[in-house]
Design a binder for this molecule. Structure first.
Ligand SMILES: Cc1cc2nc3c(=O)[nH]c(=O)nc-3n(C[C@H](O)[C@H](O)[C@H](O)COP(=O)(O)O)c2cc1C
Length: 196
């Protein structure tokens, strides 16, 4: 088996910049990178929002949006992080996935994450994000991560307990990801490297 990096596509659903959701996304991707060989593309809704809002059909999307859609469709692992807006993800986040080919994510592992102002909306993971990706017949990973505003400082993960939740979520995801993509294993250190 030839080892090669896993193609990770990480989608941030925030419409603000800077963004706590993007900070959570970075923490998740860093943790994945510590455990797997990955190459990561980050897709941010703030970059796509103006063109996305005016794109009603896949046949007439602008090239930048088409490129983002193709990235999502070719992901080997999708990481999605959305802020809670009015107890759900934003309409534009849903609209992005309305333009994704409905067969393209079959079997793709998806790590779900969200941020919100209140802990009471943490079920966005189970009530909104998981059903959306179940529709696509994607493989939503068993644990997701939810962070509240007070767990961030300067839009980065600051709370040790949120960091622990990120680590636990990724740790639980690794066996399933490696089952699907064994080629993404971190290479074992060679004897020469071990001798220093
Ligand atoms: C329009 C809007 C609606 C929001 N609605 C909720 C909500 O219903 N529940 C909640 O917990 N937080 C809500 N929030 C707070 C955001 O989810 C929270 O600040 C989030 O961390 C923002 O993420 P970002 O920094 O990535 O944009 C709302 C924020 C905005 C701007």
């Amino acid at each position: 088996m030839t080892l090669r990096p896993l193609k990770v596509v990480a989608v941030c659903g925030s419409l603000q910049s800077p963004s706590k959701s993007l900070g959570l996304l970075d923490a998740i991707v860093d943790e994945l990178g510590a455990r797997l060989e990955i190459e990561t593309t980050v897709i941010s809704l703030t970059d796509l929002a103006p063109t996305l809002a005016g794109s009603f059909s896949r046949n007439v999307v602008d090239p930048r949006l088409e490129e983002a859609l193709q990235e999502i469709e070719s992901a080997e692992l999708l990481v999605v992080v959305s802020p809670v807006y009015r107890a759900a993800f934003s309409g534009l986040f849903k609209h992005l996935f309305d333009l994704v080919n409905q067969r393209a994510l079959e079997g793709t592992p998806v790590l779900l994450a969200a941020t919100g102002g209140s802990e009471r909306h943490s079920l966005i993971l189970e009530h909104h994000l998981r059903p959306l990706f179940s529709f696509f017949q994607a493989v939503t990973l068993p644990l997701g991560v939810y962070g509240v505003e007070s767990e961030f400082e300067n839009y980065r993960v600051a709370s040790p307990t949120l960091q622990e939740r990120v680590e636990r979520t990724v740790e639980r995801a690794i066996p399933l990801i490696l089952h699907l993509h064994p080629e993404a294993s971190k290479a074992l250190p060679t004897a020469a490297a071990q001798q220093g």
